[in-house]
Design a binder for this molecule. Structure first.
Ligand code: PAF
Length: 287
C-alpha cells in the first residue's frame, strides 16, 4: 500500500491505479479505525478494483467545545490495518495540505439545508457543513467511482447523498454512494472511535442504548403510540446512567423529517445520548 500526503502524489498515484480503466472505491475516515471502517474497506474491495482510504481529522466539523484535540490519532496502526485489508492507497493529508493557510481562512463552505439542521445538527451547529465541505473536497481530489460510508452516521449519509445529487457529484442513476450497515459489538453497541472514551462502568451501561431502541421499535411496530414510546426510551437511558438524551426521534428515512406516527414510508429511529463525557449516536430501521 502506498501512502500519499500531498495532492501531487495522490493525483499521480490515483492516475496509475486507473491506468487500465480500473475502478476506484473511496473510504473516507478520520482514522482511529475499527471493525466498522474495515467493513467499509472490504465492501469497497468487493465493488471496485482498487480501494483508496483517507485518514484526515477534519477540523471544520468540530465545534469550539468539541474533542478535536483529544480525537484519537494513530496513523501507523491505521495504515497497518488498511494494508492488511488490501487497500491500495492511503490518502493522509496534513491540515495545511487540506486547508492551505489554515481552516479558519478557508472561505468555501457547503451547506445542505433541510437535512443538516435537525437531530445532530441542532446540538452541533455547522458540523454537517464541515462534513459536506471536506467530503466534497475528497471526492474532487480522488474522483472515485464509488464512495462508502457507514449507516451509523445516518444523518451524515443523508447530507452527503443530498449534496452529491444537488451538485452533480455523482451520476443520478449510478449507485455511487454506498451506505454500509452498522457494525456492532457483541452486546449490540454500535462500533465508534469514541467508544474508547467510555469508562468500564459506562461501557457496560452503553449497551442499554441499542437494547432500549430495539424495545421501542418492537412497540412502534406493534402499533403503540410513538410519543410515549420515545419518552419510555429516554427514561430507560436516563435510568441506566446516561446523563442526557439530545434526541430520540422517529424520522422519515429519506428526508429525516420527524414522524408522529409510523407511516407506510420507510422510517428510522435515531437517538443521540450522553454518557459521562461521551456522546453516543445510533439508528435503526423501523418496520
Ligand atoms: O464519518 C467520518 O469519519 C467523517 O465525518 C468523514 C466522512 C470522514 C468526513 O470527515
Amino acid at each position: 500500500m502506498q501512502t500519499a500526503s500531498t495532492l501531487d502524489v495522490l493525483r499521480t498515484s490515483v492516475a496509475k491505479l486507473r491506468a487500465d480503466g480500473e475502478t476506484i472505491g473511496l473510504v473516507p475516515t478520520m482514522g482511529a479505525l475499527h471493525e466498522g471502517h474495515l467493513t467499509l474497506v472490504r465492501r469497497a474491495r468487493e465493488e471496485c478494483d482498487h480501494v483508496v482510504a483517507s485518514v484526515f481529522v477534519n477540523p471544520t466539523q468540530f465545534g469550539p467545545n468539541e474533542d478535536l484535540d483529544a480525537y484519537p490519532r494513530q496513523l501507523e496502526e491505521d495504515a497497518a490495518m488498511l494494508e492488511s485489508e488490501g487497500c491500495a492507497l492511503l490518502w493522509a493529508p496534513s491540515g495545511e495540505e487540506m486547508y492551505p493557510g489554515g481552516a479558519e481562512s478557508f472561505f468555501t463552505s457547503i451547506s445542505v439545508s433541510g437535512v443538516s439542521e435537525g437531530l445532530c445538527g441542532a446540538s452541533r451547529p455547522g458540523h454537517f457543513d464541515g462534513v459536506a465541505t471536506v467530503v466534497c473536497k475528497l471526492f474532487n481530489q480522488v474522483q472515485p467511482d464509488m464512495a462508502f460510508f457507514g449507516e451509523k452516521d445516518f444523518q451524515q449519509l443523508a447530507v452527503i447523498r443530498t449534496m452529491a445529487r444537488d451538485l452533480d457529484l455523482v451520476h443520478p442513476n449510478a449507485r455511487q454512494i454506498i451506505g454500509v450497515p452498522t457494525v456492532r459489538e457483541a452486546d449490540g453497541l454500535a462500533m465508534s472511535s469514541r467508544n474508547r472514551y467510555l469508562s468500564e462502568e459506562h461501557r457496560l451501561a452503553a449497551a442499554t442504548l441499542p437494547r432500549a431502541m430495539q424495545e421501542a421499535i418492537a412497540r412502534i411496530e406493534d402499533g403503540q403510540e410513538v410519543a410515549p414510546t420515545l419518552a419510555a426510551l429516554e427514561d430507560a437511558l436516563l435510568g441506566a446512567g446516561f446523563s442526557g438524551v439530545d434526541y430520540a426521534t422517529l424520522a422519515d428515512a429519506r428526508s429525516l423529517a420527524p414522524l408522529d406516527v409510523k407511516s407506510t414510508a420507510a422510517a428510522r429511529l435515531l437517538v443521540a445520548a450522553r454518557i459521562g463525557n461521551t456522546r453516543l449516536i445510533d439508528n435503526m430501521s423501523v418496520g
